[in-house]
Structures are given as C-alpha cells and as structure tokens.
Design a protein around this ligand. Structure first.
Ligand SMILES: Cc1cc2nc3c(=O)[nH]c(=O)nc-3n(C[C@H](O)[C@H](O)[C@H](O)COP(=O)(O)OP(=O)(O)OC[C@H]3O[C@@H](n4cnc5c(N)ncnc54)[C@H](O)[C@@H]3O)c2cc1C
Length: 384
C-alpha cells in the first residue's frame, strides 16, 4: 500500500448522497477519495422528480448552487400532482414550492461536477467499482475492482441500493416489506401532458401499485410503474409486463400513448424504503441515501433524503476529525440526526401506504373527498 492510497474519508458512490457529501466537505481541508463504478454523466433509473427540498439543501450548502440549478437548462417546473382513482376521477394537489423534473443523467452530473469543481483535496476514482470493504486495526480498507486498496479512518457509504458497505459493515439485508421495485421508460409525444404536473394513477388490476407519468423538457416524459416488493413476490408480478399492459390495454391511458414514441427499453431498479429503522453507522462508517434505506415509503422520493443524509454525514465527519474520534459511539449522533429529521415523515407515510394498500376500494372515495376544497388545502401538509 502506498501513501497515495491513504485518505481521511472514502466516499463510495457519487450519486446525490455521495456528491452532496463531497460538496459539503469541500472547505474542510480533509483528504477525500470519491469512488464510483461509473463515469459521469451516467443514467440512474428513477422518476426524475426532484422536490423543492433538494433546492433548500443546496441553498444551505451554498446559495449560488440553488441559483445555478435554476439556470440549468433541461428541466420542467412542477407545481402540482394529479392523482387518478381507478375510475379516473382526479384530485389535484398544488405544491407550495416549485419542484422540478430533471433527467438523472443531467441532474446527477450537474451535482457531481459541482462536487468536484475546485475541490483541491479530492481524489476522484470514477470507473472503479468497490468490490469489498473491511476493517482492520481501526482502519477501513476499500478494495476496488482493479485490486487497488484505499484506506481511511472513515468511510461514508453512498453506493446506493446494492451498497457493498451497507451489507458488509452495516449488516443490512433486504426486507421485502420495506422495499419496492419499479420500472421506468422514457417516452416522447404523449398526448395531453400539462408540463407542470406529476400524474400518478391507481389503476384497477394493478393495485396496490402506482403508474406515473412525469413531464420532462422537449416533450418527453418519464413513465413508470412501482409496487412493494413483498406484493411483487407474493403475486409473482412482472413489472415490465404490467407497464406494457397499462400503456397498451387501458383505454384511457392507451389513447394518450397512441402517437407516443418509446425512447428506450423498460428498465427496473429497487427502492430501499425508510419505513424500517436501521443502525446507520458504526465504528468508522456511516451509511447515506439508498445505502441507508431512506426512501419515502409513500411517494418513493429518495433524492432529497439522499442529499440531506450526505450533508449530515459530512458535518458529522468534520466533528469526528475535530475530536479525532471515529467510534460508533460518537457516530450515533448521525443516526439520531437523520431519524429526528426524517422518521416522522417515514412513519406517517408508511401508515398511509399500509392503509391504502389494504383498502384499495377506498381510493375512489378518498379522491372524491379530497376534491372538497377545505380538505384539499390541507393535503399538501401531509407531504411537506
Ligand atoms: C424506478 C425508480 C423511481 C424513482 N423515482 C424517484 C423520484 O421521482 N424522485 C426521487 O426523489 N426519488 C426517486 N427514486 C429514488 C432515488 O432514485 C434514490 O433514492 C436516489 O437515487 C438515492 O441516491 P443515492 O445517492 O443514495 O444512490 P444512487 O443515486 O443510486 O447513487 C449511487 C452511486 O453509487 C455508485 N455505485 C453503486 N455501486 C457501486 C460500487 N460497488 N462501487 C462504486 N460505486 C458504486 C453508482 O454508480 C451511483 O453513482 C426512484 C427510484 C427508482 C428505482
């Protein structure tokens, strides 16, 4: 091992959690290795909905970042969600703050480039997959695919739903009751796209799951279908086939896709949900974003929680270096901060997910009731 492979912090994964962590550490003076198996720009299978909270997190790190994101070209401005019941009654929920739909290939690259820009103590290892993570004499060792070994007292795991460190150090195992599966396909030219609305459909024959159409720039849209993994396994559901059927066989949907062009094959990925608490840190490590299972169990949003956990982990890391203490005992403060901020939402949204999942007959009535203006005004508070 050469000294060039010794760092203060190794961040595995440079998606929203890893890039935000590296951004927050920019002025820390700490020597950081940022490792990703891909090179950027790279795609990430997602609904591409970036909530207004992501902008708040950027603003907290540096107000210039938020302004820069607003000038960043390929995006749509999202001001509402439209929920459709199985009988195609709709409920519009207006957002108090504007969110965006931005293809992840663009958003993640934007964030990654800002994380790396003028970061003198950052060593970038893209195109390097982490193969193994192990601990020895108070040090973390990260073994890369090419055999190289990186060493640091602190590892911040941001390597997504299949995180090597979450499995090896955090001992996290997939729990299907707290995990979803979803598929995505990009389309162009869908009829009747409003451009500023997230469309979410609860469809007869496809419950308890949801189908979405999220508008992107250039008349494109992110189209997808997702469901709890427990249900997928029990009912042997093929998500790709379901998405195809929805688009071609449900008349109200098929009519809108008549002249639409699919821009890719259907692709799928997992969503580790925040409805179950895990230990997010231990001696010399912290887990962030999907590696820490921090996706909202009702909306499926995980970008903002990934970014926020990346920021919290960076701030905790700075504290650890001040105190020269990397033990699990001090790192518990990170878990506490993450769950203090996120658990109330995760808990409430899990109740909503469970309640509706078992009472799908209620969706029609709830959407009708939601249209009563007194109640409608209060619905956004459920989510934000
Ligand atoms: C179909 C679908 C739809 C979704 N829709 C939305 C949505 O609309 N809005 C929303 O907010 N969230 C959505 N999510 C959730 C969101 O995508 C994730 O929560 C978010 O990407 C988490 O960010 P992250 O940085 O933790 O992980 P990721 O974005 O997965 O980033 C992990 C990074 O680690 C790298 N990596 C992985 N393994 C290794 C390895 N072994 N070695 C080195 N590097 C590695 C990857 O290349 C990647 O760059 C959706 C998820 C899915 C699957």
């Amino acid at each position: 091992m050469t000294s060039t492979n010794q760092f203060d912090i190794i961040i595995t994964g440079a998606g929203p959690s890893g890039a935000t962590c590296a951004l927050t550490l920019k002025k820390s003076g700490l020597r950081i290795a940022l490792v990703d198996k891909e090179s950027f720009p790279r795609d990430k299978i997602c609904g591409d909905a970036v909530s207004s909270i992501a902008k708040r997190i950027l603003r907290q790190i540096d107000p210039e970042l938020e302004l820069n994101l607003l000038e960043f070209a390929p995006k749509t401005n999202i001001t509402k969600a439209k929920l459709y019941s199985p009988v195609f009654k709709s409920l519009e929920i207006g957002f108090s703050k504007v969110g965006h739909c931005i293809k992840r290939i663009d958003f993640d690259n934007w964030l990654f480039q800002h994380a790396c820009h003028q970061h003198p103590n950052l060593t970038l290892k893209t195109n390097h997959a982490v193969k193994d993570v192990y601990q020895d004499k108070g040090m973390n060792h990260v073994k890369l695919q090419n055999g190289e070994i990186l060493t640091a007292p602190l590892i911040i795991a941001c390597d997504g739903a299949h995180s090597v460190a979450a499995k090896k150090l955090g001992k996290i195992k997939v729990d299907r009751k707290h995990y979803s599966g979803a598929v995505r396909q990009y389309y162009r030219n869908i009829k009747g796209l409003e451009g500023n609305a997230l469309e979410v459909y609860f469809l007869k024959g496809y419950l308890p799951g949801y189908f979405w159409i999220f508008p992107l720039s250039n008349n494109e849209a992110n189209v997808g279908f997702g469901m709890l993994s427990d249900t997928i396994a029990k009912q042997k559901i093929d998500l790709k086939q379901s998405l195809n059927e929805i688009i071609t066989r449900i008349p109200e949907v098929a009519e809108r896709f008549a002249d639409a062009e699919a821009l890719e094959d259907i692709k799928g990925f997992g969503l580790p949900l925040g409805s179950k608490k895990y230990r997010l840190s231990g001696n010399g490590f912290m887990l962030c974003g999907d590696a820490a299972s921090l996706i909202d169990p009702f909306s499926g949003e995980g970008i903002e929680t990934a970014m926020e956990s990346g920021k919290f982990a960076a701030e905790q890391a700075i504290q650890c270096f001040k105190e020269q203490n990397f033990t699990g005992n001090i790192l518990k403060a990170y878990d506490k901060r993450v769950y203090k901020k996120m658990w109330p939402n995760f808990r409430n949204h899990y109740i909503l997910q469970q309640f509706l999942g078992k009472r799908i007959w209620l969706i029609n009535s709830l959407i009708s009731i939601g249209n009563i203006s007194f109640i409608n005004k209060r619905i956004p508070k459920l989510f934000y």
